[in-house]
Ligand binder design. Structure first.
Ligand SMILES: [Zn+2]
Length: 143
């Protein structure tokens, strides 16, 4: 138990406990794990201290990790912001739908009125054709 050491995967950060004789490999990433510290020291750290130490070690060995970590955190906050905006988007979409419905109704009403006007014009034409004496409204206005 005294020789037991803690190793970590440089890709996913998983822990492994192993004797120094056998270098463990991460079962997920299939890469060799790196020595973190003797188990006797690791044992006295709480979860937060272990995580902090692991992150420090990972950042020391991979310079691009801090950039990737920040990019991930920023993408999470963007997603969070998008979910906060979501109710407003839904409200705007519903208002847009109401406006589109109103425009559709106005369009239909205009067409109905145009058809009605054309129908009345035809009726007037027919009326004037049936009554030749009343063709000139200046002389004899229709009653
Ligand atoms: Zn891994």
């Amino acid at each position: 138990m005294q020789d037991l050491s803690v190793y970590y995967c440089p890709v996913c950060g998983r822990y492994s406990y192993s004797q120094p004789s056998g270098l463990p490999a991460c079962s997920l990433c299939e890469v060799s794990m790196i020595f973190l510290m003797p188990y006797s020291d690791f044992h006295f750290l709480n979860q937060e201290e272990r995580d902090k130490f692991l992150i420090q070690k990972m950042m020391e060995s991979d310079a691009s990790l801090s950039g990737r970590l920040l990019a991930y955190l920023r993408s999470c906050s963007c997603k969070e912001a998008a979910t906060l905006i979501d109710p407003r988007i839904n409200q705007l979409e519903s208002e847009n739908q109401k406006m589109n419905d109103t425009i559709q109704w106005m369009h239909q009403t205009i067409w109905d009125l145009l058809h009605q006007k054309r129908h009345l014009e035809h009726q007037l034409e027919k009326y004037l054709t049936d009554c030749p004496a009343k063709q000139d409204p200046e002389i004899t206005p229709p009653t």
